[in-house]
Design a protein around this ligand. Structure first.
Ligand code: UT7
Length: 340
């Protein structure tokens, strides 16, 4: 039995941080940010709120669209690199606020590929027949780990959450077909936040040395991301006998418009086959793919039975691609798990 997506949702804070706002904060300009990244603005969560606040709102919308209540969820997986706190897991905080009942759950740290990791894991529990309803959330409050004096990073990221409800499709016509995920720890030197873990617990020195902020070697990450996402996607399509022309949509991680364009071109995809919303949100790390998926569904860019390819690259390095057949009816149409 394949694991299919029966509900999708997203949530982003109201407050916008535009390129013009950033011009007043660091030595940058709208022209540089737009041409180098495609980003125009990003959303920023209130300081006193944690990532679970966004998880709950995206999760609720996904559940509503799936037509099920929180009490029927058996497993909650949250992909994030910015949990509310190191302990307990954000999944626990989301469970409490969602009012989910007899379920279990945990967090996954897969960087910008976290949502794909979580989706691949969640799907196994449906395929095995162990669970019927799994809530998978990708969310990050990147503003909490950004150095707003570092123009190399602070212009790139934003805050948001996206979520999907996974369930079995008894017809086996839709669902997650296959995935290719990879991990290469050599990437640890190029994208990291060293402070606050067991190696460098928070001290006055780690704060003084600004070790609680995310850093990256952008050029290296850029090249690896293009090659990694293209390679995983090509292998996945070839192994499943799917040609790029068969795809309704590529929903890529939104880190840089130039990365998305390069990957799409290498795969031979037309512009209308690629979902892009980076201009509105920037890189929201684990949230980009479920956010873009939710907006694509709202814009009626895919229907039940359409083939989708998801692809992401991030810290670790962790990267990969996932192939699925979309299971939800369009907005306004009847659908949801209960109708099957
Ligand atoms: O989600 C997974 C993790 N992240 C990524 O996938 C990001 C991958 N990398 C990238 O998206 C790009 O490498 C960046 C957007 C981060 C940077 O773009 P780039 O074209 O690779 O620029 P660069 O790092 O080679 O820098 C070019 C110049 C440098 O100046 P010099 O040395 O040529 O004088 C930078 O100092 O641009 C400068 N620069 C900026 N200028 C204005 C860097 N950041 C900025 C900025 N505004 N915000």
């Amino acid at each position: 039995m394949q694991a299919s997506i029966f509900g999708v949702g997203h949530w982003a804070p109201e407050r916008r941080l535009t390129n013009q706002d950033l011009e007043k904060m660091v030595d940058t300009n709208d022209e540089w940010i737009t041409t180098r990244t495609g980003i125009k603005e990003r959303r920023i969560l209130e300081e006193e709120k944690g990532v679970s606040h966004m998880c709950v709102r995206a999760g609720r919308q996904a559940l509503e669209r799936a037509g099920i209540g929180p009490d029927t969820i058996e497993l909650i997986i949250v992909a994030t690199v910015t949990p509310d706190m190191p302990v307990p897991a954000t999944a626990a905080l989301a469970q409490r606020e969602l009012g989910a009942g007899a379920c279990w759950g945990f967090d996954i740290n897969g960087g910008c590929a976290g949502f794909l990791c979580a989706l691949a894991v969640g799907a196994q529990f449906i395929e095995s027949g162990r669970h019927r309803h799994v809530l998978v959330i990708g969310a990050d409050k990147m503003s909490a780990v950004l150095d707003y004096t570092d123009r190399n990073t602070c212009v790139l990221f934003g805050d948001a959450a996206g979520a999907v409800v996974l369930g079995p499709d008894p017809t086996d016509e839709t669902g997650i077909e296959d995935f290719r995920m990879r991990l290469d720890g050599e990437g640890a030197a190029f994208l990291y936040m060293t402070g606050g873990g067991s190696l460098h617990p928070a001290t006055r020195e780690t704060v003084d040395q600004r070790m609680h902020f995310v850093r990256q070697d952008g050029r290296t990450v850029f090249k690896k991301a293009v090659n990694g996402m293209t390679g995983a996607s090509s292998d996945l399509l070839a192994d499943n006998g799917v040609s790029p022309a068969d795809l309704r949509l590529l929903i890529p991680h939104q880190a840089n418009l130039r990365i998305i364009d390069a990957v799409s071109k290498k795969l031979g995809l037309r512009e209308d086959q690629v979902m892009v919303n980076i201009e509105k949100y920037g890189n929201t790390t684990a949230a980009t793919i479920p956010m873009a998926m939710s907006e694509a569904w709202e814009e009626k860019r895919m229907r039940r039975g359409d083939r989708l390819l998801l692809s992401a690259f991030g810290a670790g390095f962790t990267w990969g691609s996932l192939l699925l057949t979309w299971g939800m009816e369009g907005p306004g149409d009847s659908g949801g798990i209960k109708d099957l």
